[in-house]
Design a protein around this ligand. Sequence first.
Ligand code: 9MR
Length: 672
Amino acid sequence: MNPLKRLGRRRASVLALLAVTTLVTPAAATAAPDAVRASTLGAQAAQSGRYFGTAVAAGRLGDGTYTGILDREFNSVTPENEMKWDTIERSRGSFNFGPGDQIANRAAARGQRLRGHTLVWHQQLPSWVSSIRDANTLRGVMNNHITQVMNHYKGKVYAWDVVNEAFADGGSGQMRSSVFRDVLGTGFIEEAFRSARSADPSAKLCYNDYNIENWSDAKTQGVYRMVRDFKARGVPIDCVGLQSHFGAGGPPSSFQTTLSNFAALGVDVQITELDIAQAPTAAYANTVRACMNVARCTGITVWGIRDSDSWRSGENPLLFDRNGNKKPAYQSTLTALGGSAAAQRTGAPSPRSTAALPSSFRWSSSGALIAPKPDATHNIAGIKDPSVVYYNGKYHVFASTASSAGYNLVYLSFSDWSQAGSATHHYLDRTAIGAGYRAAPQVFYNTQQRLWYLVYQTGNASYSTNPDIGNPNGWSAPRNFYSSMPDIIKQNIGNGYWVDMWVICDSANCYLFSSDDNGHLYRSQTTVGQFPNGFTNTVIAAQDSKFAMFEASNVYKVQGSNQYLLLVEAIGSDGRRYFRSWTASSLAGSWSPLAASESNPFAKSSNVTFPAGTWTRDISHGEMIRAGYDQTLTIPACRLQYLYQGKDPNAGGDYNNLPWRLGLLTQSNSTC
Ligand code: 9MR
């Protein structure tokens, strides 16, 4: 963004001069990642906002070794059999919650989460249900079961496996035969989820299955199509459980791709019943890493505590031996849980390169989701330049606030886009970030330093850090990346403005990109170890004519591939903003056009539909919804989403006073 456009060069150079006086200081010299490593599975998982759980059998709760491990290591539990239909409603209308309550109450007393397992399943189903042939009767029985059980556990269950194992093995990709499908038709799953939502609107509703871990399997694709269809039609679904009962080879190489592709549909993913034949250390570590690398992979449950507790005890598939001792896989699991949040820097085999990005894009846009919320001391005309991460069950959005008086920053968070409009706006001028010109934020988590970074422009490229993204008051005062504007920028900026600073790191280096509103994209480089210091060797990374390569550049890593994606905002022949795109095989590499022309744009009004009404002709400064939240800025390859700024096409006048709003694009031509 170019906030100085109407403020004039003089102010820009004054700001740049002022900025020189703020020296670059290490932000996190005291951060010691190893010092905060936890010593149990649950505590370590909690550090990245996840849970680590186990299946629990009520019959074993009298065993002190068992409960000792349970309470020490796990912060989530799933009743292994106690909430299944044949236990809870063995005869019609007669409910037995005793064994389930025993587990639920015990977990609640210890602050452990509870996963509800499972409401509708063709197994462990009493014969009085499986023998029903009349659709109305079965529908009533199914909905009553869901309603009674969910009502009973309301407020205690974090996520329910509403429907379990409804898809067939093999190559059909269809639902399996069961009394539910055969009598009610394939719509029974939708009906079950709708009943579940009305019974307990605050529980997360999951579809759970096995053999859906390998992306190309027909069964995985069948479940994926169903979830996509549910999301498209507004059928309530919040999560997909991948059971993950693996052979000794561990997860398929596409496992992370599968997790992130489901997550990209807008659902959480969870590993719900993990066990691996012979418990190889690498197989456990690879499984955990795949989850850690996907922001919406919210937790992992192993299917039992000791090998002797397992339904496949002959294969010794768990993390504790028969005596309750930690096995080698325990250590590799714990280590993997403490690994990078979204980076593969621990030597995990990279997933096969999957769906590369297409060479043309189509999008569907939401209406304006986020508007400014002026208050007595903040007279704001536009909300702009959003940066967004999904972390710990919430979207965290940072944006510029704009008015003719100038620019500053705002923060808001919400769990669902439907709540974006009602979220509280925290004005960051009230924090150590301070008043004055701050704009165009970019947020990410630095996994080495265990700190959130907010990068923004102040006339220089500046940043603040915060250990807790959810605490708006936790940001440090601004520091600068450069002592002054690099010479190469001074030589090329012409009448432009130095704007839109952007940081992205690979496993060795961090790069700082910026634009000059004059046709140049600049890149500086430092090592991951030196970051945020040492940005030298500034070069021109890409150039074009002024309006063809204007500003608001984004650079991302494409998940599951060796591709990086560059987006740059341009001004079209119609005067409206749009995005062009390029790819490269490394961050310091040269950029090849992907969808880089006005006739084949990355995102422009011409390839965006507006089902809720065309509220903007500009597709301007924004950010992709990432697959993770760390410094690698990894995005999914499928179903891209882009949070952008748009405005009433008829609005005009002072650029700083334009009524910018934020909307969300969702890719509509994804082939995966
Ligand atoms: O571990 C469970 C075992 O004790 C039961 O006998 C069995 C009955 O079908 O169910 C086991 O748990 C299953 C889970 O509920 C659904 N996914 C597959 C699990 C292993 O069979």
